[in-house]
Design a protein around this ligand. Structure first.
Ligand code: ASP
Length: 583
């Protein structure tokens, strides 16, 4: 037997017991006649003690144990004379009688401690060593708990976990597919699923009623800050449901996961229409941990200041009590920040409503009285500062949304540990793409319009089509999209019309999605669903910043797995078998 206990479980109750532990040497310390080893495993660290006077041979053997050696120790649990209150096992140690070396280790390339000296790339290369560190290990354990609670909750409600295939058909919508060549069908390719969307809908046609799957999804996108080419979704679908049923079911899931994994009771989730989210926060995933709600300011027009008078839209927000926190330099910095190409604003207007008077970048065109009246009309008080952007409406709202987040960051407006979750509802069904000169589905092509907007599907007018609202919803937590879904179209004719609006010819729709349209001819029930990003949910729940931390073996910024060195070239023979020529 390698062990009677693990390295995290011995307490004062065990004093006097003979035990055997196995694990890794965190550190060996020699203090004159005494040697101590901190022995580590997934569960914790226990101190082993060796006494030169009692057993010099054993003590010498202990002194030879280097970092990360794997050892087995048998001895008696003793109360420690100097206790370590920072460690759950810190009251006890093991007086060792028997020590067995199970395996040696070469010196690790970085320290395996909570604060490591290794850079990220190095730690990814030796991920097996990185995972031995508490911060990494704890996150993987947390992820397990979230997944387990999810499975429990959904299973209790009668959901079945059903696997869908990974080798599927490439479709042109959405992100780029990862492609897998088929050896047996020369010149033909599978694609890895971006999501099991069509399969879960077909499972509804198949009568499975409630489906879920914790499933890997693949998207070949350029990697932005916090994206991974493969990521995990909690993918769900239900039959005979309306939007309300879905919101209730999955609000329950989110609450139950927060309660069981973090002991946080979430209140009932507020709901916000997409239009309101854009108009008030400049984002379809508003961060409600701080206020800075937008105000519409077209009342500023008519003072003879051309820039303002001719603006398509003028919006701003009040930062309470921060007038004196913005020096001229801070405002210049922020102005440069909004002018960066990533944000794209032409400039930034401010009104400092100070106790000594009012100061503004538009002071030349507006009297102090006018600026004071304007400030008051938007509930600004002495001590506040107002930021204003103007320009084309949609762009201005987005830019102001970015500025809102930046000001919150700079002013430290986010309380750590705060959780603000909400549903965003009634997204537009379609999004016009200037470049492609056609509509794209805002969510995906299977999303149903709201019943009251269904008639508009027959229109050929671009504005009418753009105004169709979808029965689609997103779950947003702390400014991140954690989940999204929709009620689906279950009528073959409406689905065909949607493909038509999206610019598919009948033949293209048939070639790409014939299997789904075909299934819809055999009694498709009304259905809808949602998918949550598991990696992101875990990250947001623990206030983290990167989903990578919650993935055991993530890819780096270039989409590479630097541990196994993938992607890599394959040999001639394989290429030949696949009938692929390179170059
Ligand atoms: N398949 C969708 C997605 O991956 C989610 C859904 O509509 O259920 O975003």
């Amino acid at each position: 037997m390698y062990r009677t206990h693990n390295c995290g479980e011995l307490r004062m109750d065990h004093v006097g017991q003979k035990v055997t532990l196995s694990g890794w040497v965190q550190i060996a310390r020699n203090l004159g006649g005494l040697t101590f080893i901190d022995l580590r495993d997934r569960y914790g660290i226990t101190q082993l003690a060796f006494n030169m006077d009692e057993n010099s041979e054993l003590c010498t053997q202990a002194r030879k144990c280097g970092r990360e050696f794997v050892i087995q120790a048998t001895g008696v649990v003793k109360e420690r004379s100097s206790k370590n209150a920072n460690r759950p096992t810190g009251d006890v140690e093991i007086q060792v009688h028997e020590l067995k070396l199970l395996n040696e280790s070469i010196v690790p390339p970085f320290t395996i401690e909570d604060e490591s000296d290794g850079g990220e790339e190095l730690r990814l290369r030796y991920r097996y060593l990185d995972i031995r560190r508490n911060p990494v290990k704890d996150k993987l354990m947390f992820r397990h708990q979230v997944a387990l609670e999810t499975r429990k909750y959904l299973s209790q409600l009668g959901f079945l976990e059903i696997e869908t295939p990974y080798l599927i058909k490439s479709t042109p919508e959405g992100a780029r597919d990862f492609i897998v060549p088929s050896r047996m069908n020369s010149g033909q390719f599978y694609a890895l699923p971006q999501s099991p969307q069509t399969f879960k809908q077909i499972l509804m046609v198949a009568g499975m009623d409630k489906y879920f799957q914790i499933v890997r999804c693949f998207r070949d996108e350029d990697l932005r800050a916090d994206r991974q080419p493969e990521f995990t979704q909690v993918d769900c679908e239900m039959s005979f449901v309306e939007v309300e049923d879905i919101l209730q079911t999955f609000e329950g899931l989110v609450k139950s996961v927060y309660k069981s994994c973090l002991d946080i009771d979430l209140p009932e989730l507020p709901r916000m229409n997409y239009d309101e989210a854009m108009e008030s926060y400049g984002s379809d995933k508003p961060d409600l941990r701080f206020d800075l709600k937008f105000v519409e300011l077209s009342k500023m027009k008519g003072n003879g200041f051309q820039l303002i008078d001719s603006a398509d839209a003028i919006y701003g927000f009040v930062v309470k009590g921060k007038e004196s926190s913005f020096s001229n330099k801070d405002i210049n910095d922020l102005t440069e920040w909004v002018k960066r190409p990533q944000i794209g604003a032409k400039g930034l207007i401010y009104i400092k409503y100070g106790s000594e008077g009012i100061k503004s970048s538009i002071g030349k065109f507006y009297s102090d009285e006018q600026l004071t009246a304007l400030s008051k009309s938007i509930s600004a008080e002495k001590g506040d500062i107002v930021f204003i952007l103007l320009g084309e409406k949609e762009k201005t709202l987005k830019q102001l949304g970015d500025l809102r987040l930046e000001v919150a960051r700079r002013m430290d407006l986010i309380k750590t540990g705060d959780v603000k979750a909400l549903w965003v509802l009634n997204f537009p069904l379609l999004e016009w793409n200037e470049e492609a000169n056609r509509f794209f589905a805002m969510h995906h092509p299977f999303t149903s319009p709201l019943p009251e907007d269904l008639d508009k599907m027959n229109s050929t007018d671009r504005n009418t089509l753009a105004s169709i609202r979808a029965a689609a919803y997103d779950l947003v937590i702390n400014g991140s999209e954690i989940g999204g879904g929709s009620i689906r179209i279950h009528d073959r004719q409406i689905q065909a019309r949607n493909f038509e609006i999206l610019g598919f010819s009948k033949e293209e729709a048939e070639a790409q999605f014939g299997f789904l349209l075909g299934a819809f001819e055999y009694g498709a029930p009304p259905h809808g669903g949602i998918a949550f990003g598991l990696d992101r949910l875990c990250t947001i729940m623990q206030g983290g910043t990167s989903i990578r931390d919650y993935i055991a073996f993530p890819k780096n910024n270039m989409g590479r797995d630097v541990m196994i060195d993938a992607p890599s070239a394959i040999d001639e023979k394989q290429l030949k078998e696949l009938n692929i020529k390179i170059g």
